[in-house]
Design a protein around this ligand. Sequence first.
Ligand code: ZN
Length: 229
Amino acid sequence: MESIIDGVYQVGGAVNSFVIDGDQGVTLVDTGMPRRHGAIVSALESIGRTPGDIKAIVVTHAHFDHVGGAAALKHESGAQVFVSQGDAAAARGDEPHPLAPVFGWVPFMAPLFQRIVPSGQPVDVDHIVAEGARGLPEDLAVLDTPGHTPGHVSYLLDRGGGLLFVGDAAVATKQGRVKRGYMNRSSPTFDASLRRIAERDFAIACFGHSAPLSTDAAGAFRRFAAGLG
Ligand SMILES: [Zn+2]
């Protein structure tokens, strides 16, 4: 587990999940792969917390590697689960998990991909989130960032100069640049989301599939967005 700032930790693996340790308990941002939530439990124990301390699970999007551990962790903790409208049906198991944009270049293959891309364990969704929503744990602000999935959202935490949980809307390179990244491809919707992220102010960015950016993260997004045309 890696400390991002005081009270915020990244739990790594095939995908990153995040622990926000607050006065009211623990908030998780994404939950990793199905049946791999033990890494999150171990991380909590290393900071003197237990699964019972998890009060909220906020989800960036309903892909199996982000929402996969949510059902098990909710079962252990009774935590409230927050998902966007666009991805809620997939998180609940009422629809297949949305295909990542990279599969969209061969639409006729979509039914096949849909069968081979796993879905996570269904989870009960307690709260639908959208940009402008209030009352989220840790006063998280929601940014609608559709593109990677129809209901993809990012979360902005007002600590450490602003910390954006990007989800899979982008990744960071080792050189500290932002790029489109994992399973993504350009679309008007997706590029509009990236431009809107670049309009916000935040010092730090945390990603589903890369190391965080710990300084001038908004600047890195602005440089990337400027190249989108
Ligand atoms: Zn994803």
